[in-house]
Design a protein around this ligand. Sequence first.
Ligand code: ZN
Length: 309
Amino acid sequence: MQIEWPEKALRECERADIYKNNVFEPQERAILLERARCLAALGRKKEAARCCDDSLYAFQGRNDDWAGKIAELLKELKGDVGELEPIWKSGAEVRKFPEKYSIYLVPVGTAETSFLEAVAAQVRPLLGARVKICAPVPIPEHLERIKDSTDYSAANLMSQLLRDCLIPEDAVFVVLYANVGMRPPGRALLSRMYVPRTERNPFLLNCISKMWQPERAMARQLVALLRYAYVDHSKAKYNENWDLPYDTCCETFTCVFSAYAGDEAQAVRLDMCPACQEEYKKANYDKMHNDLMEYLKKAGAKIVSAEKK
Ligand SMILES: [Zn+2]
């Protein structure tokens, strides 16, 4: 298929999965190089340079032909537009996290508190927030299977877990972590990530995540999850047993809120793109706190007084 260059080719590049997907393959480096070339040909040289710069950031450590070609084009573009302005900011640089609130991580089953402490240590400076570890909760003995499926009901699992949780009253965001797939004795493995929803916000608060990723990737995931508590997801396509609604992720692929995750997220930024910075400025922490408390009380979790630290 012949695609007219550069306008139509640019549109094709921007429709490519890289902006939606969480898989980085060599052909995606080729698409990013082509996108930068199209932008440059259209006289949008700063955007072209930015595209190259982001690509090199994301592909750190993979010095193949594509990376070499992207670096070459970036050098050439910098000759025209000069050095790029810094645009990336962490949450803490964008706004002050309200002092009256904390983020809590809940170890489920045999999840190691020491690992969660290491994740929390990475997240604290990123958000300028208190991030604390709650008392662990056990894996429920009896899980309810979804009708005609090998999966278990996420909502049911979450409600069982929440009944055993002790959540301090200053919580604004809570994430549950397991280090194994959940398996009641003698039954099939349950190993997905679970995000329960409420009527007001389908992705309000919690997620059970396997702890198989390195700390930095887990820290990134935690920051990315926070966005689900303040962005309106009422139009997102979701299913109670899906991971996350990838169709509402940031399309700037190196942004902390992009869908790009996994082991390779070691090379992905933990800070926000300019559009996400604007969105984060508007995050309503009071509403998040109120919604969370309402949800937790309804779920039967015990709200306890916060330790003063
Ligand atoms: Zn973004």
